[in-house]
Design a protein around this ligand. Structure first.
Ligand code: COA
Length: 258
């Protein structure tokens, strides 16, 4: 079914591994096609409760968009590529299930942008982040100029965008770009631990939290109104009845996702 990604589903956690290690998992058209098919599955398959995105091999998460595809395109073609990439990453950002990037090495250019489109990030100690597009006479095209500013603030983002400098995992942690830094052999385990905890919560409430937090950065939406609507949506569920009843009965809630 997939040619450039590996997938697995274990205990509700769906893992996507970008699998072009000889090209440091660079994002070409096939990877985007596979990612979109996987996103269809994530949105539609109730057995998928949460998601990890990582890269194959010990060296790279994703070293960027596949530069070898650029020179076949003209200006309108490259703008269409940018828009299509942004749309794929919006689908990740707006997914109603938690998606964690497990950054296992270089996350450069489109790789940093992919990681930033996930709901949050866990990094291995050897991870490196950067937006080196100005080295190529380009700028980030998959949302990087926007999400980097959102995540680490304008001054730090400007420096990374304009210098093309890479930062290591410890600096990324200090900047708030990643939530946790762990040894490489504990990376997936750390994400599974966090996702397993989230999977014990009410799924509709989790989805509404994602939508409301994302609304902060969407100028077409009033985030406070999204919160009110989400409060109502989550209130009107069997899981809210179960959650509040279990609290009053001093027992652990068991959620159904309804
Ligand atoms: N697009 C296409 N191919 C890429 C790539 C990318 N973004 N990043 C790495 N590769 C390929 C290399 O061309 C090389 O292929 P080859 O073996 O067929 O020559 C292979 O992956 C290994 O990369 P290499 O550069 O030899 O590894 P390195 O350890 O010397 O350097 C990096 C690692 C990440 C510093 C370097 O690969 C790099 O700078 N990549 C591009 C990063 C970038 O500019 N990304 C933004 C793109 S918009």
């Amino acid at each position: 079914m997939y040619t450039t990604i590996l997938t697995s589903l274990e205990n509700g956690v769906f893992t996507i591994t970008i699998n072009r290690p000889d090209k440091l998992n660079a994002l070409n058209a096939s990877v985007f096609a596979d990612l979109n098919t996987a996103l269809d599955e994530i949105y539609s398959n109730a057995a998928i409760q949460s998601v990890i995105i990582t890269g194959a091999g010990p060296k790279a998460f994703v070293a960027g968009a596949d530069i070898s595809e650029f020179n076949n395109l003209d200006k309108s073609g490259i703008m269409a590529l940018s828009k299509a990439g942004q749309d794929t990453f919006f689908r990740i950002e707006n997914a109603p299930k938690p998606i964690i990037a497990c950054v296992n090495g270089f996350a450069l250019g489109g790789g940093c942008e992919l990681a930033m489109s996930c709901h949050f990030r866990v990094a291995s100690e050897n991870a490196k982040f950067g937006q080196p597009e100005v080295n190529l006479g380009l700028i980030p095209g998959y949302g990087g100029t926007q999400r980097l500013v959102q995540l680490i603030g304008k001054g730090r983002a400007m420096e990374l965008l304009l210098t093309a400098n890479m930062i290591d995992a410890v600096t990324a942690h200090q900047y708030g770009l990643v939530n946790h830094v762990v040894p490489a052999d504990q990376l997936i385990g750390k994400a599974v631990e966090i996702l397993s905890l989230i999977q014990t919560k009410a799924p509709i409430a989790v989805a509404q939290c994602i939508a409301a937090a994302n609304a902060v950065f969407d100028e077409t939406k009033d985030g406070y109104a999204v919160e009110v609507a989400g409060f109502g949506t989550s209130f009107d569920t069997a899981d809210r009845v179960e959650g509040t009843t279990a609290f009053l009965e001093k027992r652990k809630a068991v959620f159904s996702g309804k």
